[in-house]
Design a protein around this ligand. Sequence first.
Ligand code: SF4
Length: 400
Amino acid sequence: MPSRDVIPPAQRGCVLDPLGLTSEQAVEAAHALGMPRANALEAYKALLREGKTPPEVFAFTPPEVVRTLREESPEGEVIKFLVRVKGRDPSKGHESLAGKPLETESVLIPMVGSVRGLTYTLCVSSQVGCAMGCGFCETAQMGLIRSLTAAEIVGQWYAATHVVGVRPKNIVFMGMGEPMDNYEQVMQAVAVLKDHNGASVPISHVTISTVGRIDGLRRMREQIKQPTWHRLNLALSLNAPNDEVRDVLMPVNRRWKMEELQQELIDWPRFGGNKLCIEYVLIPGVNDSREHAAQVANFVRPLKSLVREGASGDEAADTRERAVVNVIPYNPRRSSPWPAPTEEQVNAFIGWLIEERVFVKRRRTKGRQMMGACGQLGNEQIRGRRLVDLTVSPSKVTND
Ligand code: SF4
């Protein structure tokens, strides 16, 4: 589990926001303030499971949903909701959260399965804005405003479950922000979400999506070797067939090239047959040619035959397909220089990947009208900030 140091200093030794704490951490913190452990545990369970307000020893403020947008899709209603969070005030220090309030954006995406019928996947934000500057992404236009705390990330699950009234089956970190740029808080949020005394989301239903920050991937690789963390899923936002295209689309690639990224995925521990998701936003005229499909296949091919972590003999020689390429038709952001691909273009690209023997799925676009589709999250009112030069320092924000 991530260290307790992730508890913000301001919260240590006084009242604590239970949404940012595992049950063990919350019980210990409340006990230190004089509450019997058994009572603290009951209060924690009742809050996370039933949405019941806990006693005052916990500094709980219900997440405030300021806006909800709904749009029909063939599989059900897509629900985008915005939760108010504190703003950053640079004049009071880098960590100060006394500025103008901000909003996180989250999307509930309906999925119809043959066994469980209609379920929802919750796409959460890990930051307000993002520093990664991906050329196809609406959020990138905002720059990074600030990273969210674990409590604010879990607050999005709480809002979906107890305010909007939809308990999601899966959680994907694919909303605003790069999770590896806020690693400690994201992993603390996952620890809270998977806690059996609280939200109880199976860890195999949680996916962390990254642009490929190798430093973060190395930390996550160690984390998933820990007991109870093995099944945490990883998705890589690849979006390009080669370094030339990726350097332009995704500035992070100027720092960590595709070959290094590929090696990291080849070395990725394999537990329980979890698939690696390779996300590929298909942009006409940019990354959708026959040759590009062959290059994507070359990137993915070495990922499938690898040694299973901690196994030997036949098990170690497991060569099952382990990477799935998710083709996502581009959702044009505001003022986009590129259009959405046509059905023919999407089908052609998928066909080429299949010819190359790549395991491929197509992501259906949902929520496009309300800017809730993939790569479209971003609050227009707080845009216009400068981006960070990733080639120098990917985690430092110099713009205020
Ligand atoms: S695609 Fe993801 S990482 Fe890239 S700018 Fe958008 S939110 Fe950030």
